[in-house]
Design a binder for this molecule. Structure first.
Ligand code: SF4
Length: 72
């Protein structure tokens, strides 16, 4: 199984907490910003859901060095 990689751009993140609400196992608020609980995860649709729903487009999901989320 190919690992996915999660990243949050702290310069873009507005600290809404939407990602932590959408995927609480994957994202948590770290002060005023979100951060991935783990940078590397097993494929998990909720990571894409979180990336899609981030109003700041701050979340990037990558697999095999290809960005797969947020989805167009
Ligand atoms: S949904 Fe986006 S803006 Fe909101 S806390 Fe998560 S990464 Fe930050």
């Amino acid at each position: 199984m190919t690992a996915w990689h999660l990243a949050v751009d702290r310069d873009r993140c507005m600290g809404t907490g939407i990602c932590a609400g959408t995927a609480p196992a994957l994202f948590r608020l770290d002060g005023r910003h979100s951060a991935p609980v783990n940078d590397s995860i097993d494929p998990d649709e909720s990571a894409l859901d979180a990336a899609d729903s981030c109003p700041a487009a701050a979340i990037t999901v990558t697999a095999r060095e290809t960005v797969i989320g947020p989805r167009p």
